[in-house]
Design a protein around this ligand. Sequence first.
Ligand SMILES: [Zn+2]
Ligand SMILES: [Zn+2]
Length: 275
Amino acid sequence: MTPPPDLTLLDSAGKDALILALIERLNDLTARLEILEADNTAFRAENPALRAENAELRAKLNLPPKKPDNSSTPPSRGQKGSEGEQRKPKGKPHAGAHRELHPHPTRRCDVAASVCQHCQTDVSGVEQTAVHAYDRIELPEIKPDVIRVTLLGGMCPCCGSTPVAGLVTASGRTPGARYLYCSLCSTAWNHVRAICITCGGSRALSLKAIDEDSGTARAETCGDCRTYSKVLYQAKDMTVDPFADDLATLGLDLLVAEAGWSRHAPNPLVLVGKS
Ligand SMILES: [Zn+2]
Ligand SMILES: [Zn+2]
């Protein structure tokens, strides 16, 4: 600190100069004090936010490390638990907790003891009684059940002629089955639905019908061989006839023929083609 001057040595002009210097110093200090007070106010205002942030970070630091069971970290990337973490011991099976013996085991296996468990004496020649029994369950070897399915073509099994149309039954022993009717000898035979009767394909089949029709007759078109065959539905009309209704639905033939499909086989009574 600066020692005060000896005022008795100062004359009037010296005292005036001292007063002016002190006033100037006072103004300077007042300005600096104002700056410091403003800073102090700002720091005080910022303090609660910083305290909260600090507490949050501390809380985060105290959390256990992320593991697969408390985060979305996959097990392969998870951290191992800390050394002090105790694994839950496996529970011991309590007395009488064994699986009940099956009433009809597939086969039995008697295992004789060779030596006494206590004194190690050879007991292989001694008559032994059952001490404990349990079921060892073995699963049988799984063998593939290979079924060779051969799809039969759409030719009359009787005379070898082509069918006229297919009929999907709505009654009888196999409702919903498709029967093809021979155009020559009228034999009917079953042909799996959704399998083209010309090429046996099933990938690109679709059914087409005339919009305002009753839905009794539809054309099953095959994108693989570009043919179609007619399917008649007994469920729509119980009196439907594969011969009469094939002829009665020539409009459907014209529709699909115009769209570029060829009939699977010509109707012996009427021929409908693209040209
Ligand atoms: Zn036939
Ligand atoms: Zn086909």
